[in-house]
Design a protein around this ligand. Structure first.
Ligand code: NI
Length: 174
């Protein structure tokens, strides 16, 4: 287990389409997930995708607010690992909210995302994870899965005028 450097916007691997995980139960995948968890925890992140530590595989992890989908608190969130996730839009109406990303440090922007989706994938035991997500929960999943297709949140923004430095003078207003 190790804390790995988090790649920042501009690194080619962050623009690449990641490859499927062939065997989710392989020890190398477990080791990768361990490193991702250490790295995400050290950075205080909400979620992380394997390409962010330079591994172009379809593996993401995030804290899922199952009980209160709009809560940004991690207190009651469920840690989730997903290999080869597939998203399906359930409620395509888009809502805008703030997002940040460990690969775009120091910045936040308002990003439109679908209000509800279904996500499916495998955990590291090979068990199927199949959930419906709304609100912030859906936003987190969509953001992490975008990383697997080489997409960073600024590419999803419709108003780049909202892109801001977190330490700029005015506090972010939701
Ligand atoms: Ni991100």
């Amino acid at each position: 287990m190790a804390i790995r450097p988090i790649l920042r916007m501009g690194a080619p691997v962050l623009r690449a389409v990641a490859a499927p995980v062939a065997d989710v139960t392989a020890p190398a995948i477990r080791a990768l997930a361990d490193d991702m968890l250490d790295t995400m925890a050290a950075a205080g992140g909400r979620g992380l995708a394997a390409p962010q530590i330079g591994v172009s595989l379809r593996l993401v992890m995030f804290w899922a607010p199952l009980a209160d989908p709009d809560s940004r608190s991690r207190d009651h969130a469920v840690f989730t690992i997903l290999a080869n996730p597939v998203l399906e839009l359930v409620d395509p109406v888009e809502v805008e909210d703030w997002e940040g990303c460990l690969s775009v440090p120091g910045l936040a922007g308002r990003v439109p995302r679908a209000r509800g989706l279904r996500y499916r994938g495998l955990d590291l035991d090979g068990a199927v994870v199949d959930r419906l997500a709304t609100g912030f929960h859906a936003r987190v999943v969509a953001h992490e899965c975008d990383h697997l297709d080489g997409i960073l949140y600024p590419q999803r923004m419709t108003d780049l005028g909202t892109l801001r430095f977190l330490d700029a003078a005015d506090p972010v207003q939701d």
